[in-house]
Design a protein around this ligand. Structure first.
Ligand code: ANZ
Ligand code: ZN
Length: 823
């Protein structure tokens, strides 16, 4: 707090936070007479270290929007919750030697306290907490519904297995083939895992993207993630078995010189001959598990399987290799390699001395020269392709496909990159998968009435999945035959929880149903969702998948959960670097609140830059905003209330109401703040209550506490938080005033410039003469120029016969640019 300030912001802020809470003014219920508006910020994982500045940025952006919409008369749903299941909580708890439940309870409490301290206008009665069984019961319920509909299934999958932790890791926890926790090299294992069949919705997920009012980059990323590609499926014969091979370049079929099957393919060993077996095994052992993204970067390696494939069009026999760059579950997991026209195949061929045969001619240069160095991946006219030679690539591809189709050896096909969602985790802190294994009946879903399957409290952490050590919990009865059965010990990926939490907010306390359909119908879809761009793919695709599934169950009457989406920018440290403890540039929001105020912090965060751009923390901006708030607080509580306001302030106020309304609507908060500050600077000491109140309302979404306080001090009983947003009165906007102001600003700037030049020459001039065109007479006011420049000022019209103009400067006056003379 600055030394000479007498304002106790902390006291004011705590007072209003308490009153908002006592009067429950942000709690809402369905009201058919009022239009609803659902504002949502992505809910946090409550870590033990409390709110960081990125959280506060996210919540403040949302809170300003929620307050704005509320004042505009909407019935605003603005809820908050905690994504408290998951691996980070489990790991932190292990590190702190506590139970994940204790750890998350404590962290959540702290989060709530800190969020309240920022002045966020949440309906706190609707809190959702994913680690409570009241919540994850419904995760399990959705799983059962998906199981019933064939959308949850078990299948063998190649997974990242840590031999030391004895668990499967998600790709994110398995960077570069090393376990994130114990740094052991990972193995690839084929294990039975649970999947959700998101691919059933691939087409709709792709199709509806264009209709969303979302940032275009995010939409492009989702399209890419789903990744529909069109091509041809060509049947190759391998050991008498048909392998449909997916290719986007059927025009290159005459250039196939070998095949590569994924080294993670479940049917790999069907292809490996006795002679090659030990070499293949040696190769597999050497391979480390990597996430799919890293496929692109690493060296292409492989080994001969011993088998050959027959090209259906040339009837040529080509060797089948197994390689590390082919994805097991894309297409058929085997590629026809065309090293002359595919760079990956080219590198592989060079390494293993396989032949390269050009079949597409480059325009201009000889393709055979070109492919000495690298593959030619472009289009061109076909060569070495029998009857198809001479055709252009695109046309040739079509012709070749049609030819194969006629002979029943191939067909047009498409593929999605999108894979089914692997949701099983061999970890404790997640929702147990509601399945039991019975020796007689096999895989049996738990009965709906037996939900929730609670996580047992009594478990041992350390090695492997802690659920495996609780023998009492594992032992259960088969729901079908009542015989002895064993519980599934896998838990669900945490992304399951965040895929539908926004629906639960609409009816968070319902203990009979996942939610009341009527309530969800009233509040959904989310009108404005706010969160980080890093969630563009997984979270934001899963929410769309869950919505479509629940719609198909008949529970929802809309297709898309999020109408509008906004991504906040990244806030860096004052040095422009990413905030991190090691760099010592971390800003703790609660420190800032204690030292300055929540209102100053909120205003500063929105002043640095447009909320969607990356920016850096700036202490000077914070202090500037703090001083501004101190100044206006003192000015406003002391201001004299007059009956009427002048036309000038009315004009300015209405112009700014119009602009700020627009700016907030479009998240141009930084621009809105500049205008609001200008308005407050302009407010005279004596002002009408109406002007004062409207100005306060404009500032309110940004600085809710200080505006409540002034609102009360000028004699209002009710909260400013629930007042009506000011509406522009266009009639009162007088553009002449704006022009005048602009003209004055310009002439003052010109005078100050001349003054500088004159002083630089060591001269000193006391008087200023300004010569203006007669029709601009009202624009210039000598008193004000004098006040701002400190020079005695005389303003003359150029046609004034009595003007003082020894140097004939008035001749130079132009519209908007008066002549200036100093002496
Ligand atoms: C022959 C060929 C020749 C290809 C050529 C490309 C260029 P998209 O769908 O855009 O990713 N492919 C097929 N299955 C694969 C798998 N399981 N793992 C890795 N790569 C696979 O690209 C499809 C192309 O990727 C296919 O077209 C195939 O290589 C390869 F000059 O077939 B192409
Ligand atoms: Zn049974």
């Amino acid at each position: 707090m600055s030394k000479n300030s007498k304002i106790n912001f902390n006291k004011i802020e705590l007072k209003w936070q308490k009153r908002w809470e006592e009067k429950k003014i942000f709690e809402v219920s369905e009201d058919s007479k009022k239009e609803k508006f659902y504002v949502l910020e992505m809910f946090p994982y409550p870590s033990g270290s409390g709110l960081h500045i990125g959280h506060v940025l996210n919540y403040t952006i949302g809170d300003i929007y929620a307050r704005f919409k509320r004042m505009q008369g909407f019935n605003v749903l603005h809820p908050m919750g905690y994504d408290s299941l998951g691996l980070p909580a489990e790991n932190s708890a292990i590190k702190d030697k506590t139970h994940p439940e204790k750890y998350t309870e404590k962290s959540t409490k702290n989060f709530i306290k800190q969020q309240k301290r920022i002045g966020l206008s949440y309906d706190w009665s609707r809190i959702v907490n994913t680690s409570k069984s009241e919540y994850y019961k419904w995760d399990q319920w959705i799983f059962l519904k998906m199981f019933e509909n064939g959308l949850a299934y078990r299948k063998k999958a190649s997974v990242n297995w840590c031999p030391s932790c004895k668990t499967v890791l998600a790709n994110e926890q398995a960077q570069r083939g090393i376990c994130e926790r114990c740094k052991t090299a990972l193995e690839v294992k084929h294990l039975e895992q649970w999947f959700l069949k998101i691919t059933d919705y691939a087409e709709e997920l792709l199709d509806k993207i264009d209709s969303l009012d979302w940032p275009s980059r995010t939409k492009a990323m989702q399209k890419n993630w789903i990744g529909k590609s069109y091509g041809t499926e060509i049947d190759f014969d391998v050991n008498g078995e048909k392998w449909p091979i997916f290719t986007t370049r059927p025009d290159t079929i005459y250039g196939v010189t070998f095949m590569v099957v994924s080294s993670q393919h479940p049917k790999l060993f069907d292809l490996v001959t006795k002679e090659q077996e030990s070499e293949v095994r040696k190769f597999l052992k050497k391979l480390r598990s990597v996430s799919e993204k890293e496929f692109e970067d690493r060296e292409k390696e492989g080994v001969f399987t011993g088998s050959y494939a027959i090209n259906p069009i040339t009837e040529e026999k080509v060797p089948v290799y197994t390689g590390n760059f082919v994805i097991a579950d894309y297409g058929s997991g085997m590629v026809m390699a065309v090293p002359a026209h595919d760079q990956r195949d080219f590198e592989f061929a060079k390494k293993y001395k396989l032949s390269v045969k050009a079949v597409v001619q480059y325009v201009g240069e000889d393709v055979n020269q070109l492919i000495k160095k690298k593959a030619y991946e472009g289009n061109g006219r076909l060569i070495n392709s029998e009857e198809f030679s001479g055709l252009e690539s695109g046309k040739a591809g079509k012709k070749i496909t049609e030819y194969l189709a006629k002979k029943n050896l191939g067909k047009f096909a498409f593929n999605y990159k999108l894979r089914d969602w692997l949701i099983s985790r061999q970890r404790y802190w997640g929702a147990p998968i509601p399945i039991v294994y019975c020796e007689k009946c096999g895989i049996v879903p738990v009965n709906e009435k037996d939900l929730p399957i609670n996580l047992p409290k009594d478990v041992k952490f350390g090695k492997g999945n802690p659920l495996l050590t609780n023998k009492k919990w594992i032992k259960t009865k088969c729901p079908k035959c009542k015989g002895l059965a064993r519980r599934e010990t896998d838990t669900m990926d945490t992304f399951v929880n965040s895929s539908w939490y926004f629906l639960r907010y609409c009816d968070s306390k319902n203990d009979k149903l996942i939610f009341d359909e009527k309530k969800v119908k009233y509040w959904m879809p989310i009108d404005q969702y706010i969160g980080g761009a890093e969630h563009a793919c997984m979270h934001l695709i899963y929410t769309r998948f869950y919505t479509k599934f629940l719609r198909d169950l008949g529970l929802l009457d809309f297709d898309e959960p999020v109408k509008k989406l906004f991504h906040q920018g990244m806030l860096h440290g004052e040095d422009g670097e990413k905030m991190s403890k090691s760099k010592g540039n971390v800003i703790d929001p609660i420190d800032v609140v204690n030292k300055y105020s929540a209102d100053s912090l909120r205003l500063a965060l929105m002043s640095f830059a447009s909320p969607d751009s990356d920016t850096s923390w700036d202490e000077k901006v914070l202090i500037g905003n703090y001083k501004f708030l101190s100044k206006i607080y003192e000015k406003l509580v002391k201001s004299k209330i007059s009956k009427k306001s002048g036309a000038r302030i009315e004009s300015k106020l209405n112009k700014i109401i119009k602009e700020v309304t627009n700016d907030i609507e479009n998240f141009k908060y930084n621009l809105a703040i500049i205008k609001i500050r200008e308005l407050f600077d302009y407010i005279p000491d004596e002002v009408s209550k109406e002007v004062l109140e409207k100005s306060l309302k404009l500032l309110h979404p940004f600085c809710p506490h200080i505006t409540e306080e002034v609102w009360e001090r000028i004699g209002n009983k009710n909260f400013i938080s629930i007042q009506k947003w000011p509406v522009v009165d266009e009639k009162k906007i007088n553009l002449k005033y704006e022009k005048q102001e602009e003209a004055m600003e310009k002439v003052i700037a010109d005078i100050l410039n001349i003054k500088k030049i004159v002083e630089a020459k060591g001269e000193n001039k006391e008087k200023v003469y300004v010569y203006i065109l007669p029709n601009e007479k009202d624009f210039y006011n000598s008193d004000e120029i004098e006040k701002k420049t400190g020079k005695k000022t005389f303003v003359f019209a150029v046609n004034d016969l009595k003007k003082y103009d020894p140097k004939n400067i008035s001749k130079k006056s132009k519209p908007g640019k008066p002549g200036i003379y100093m002496e």
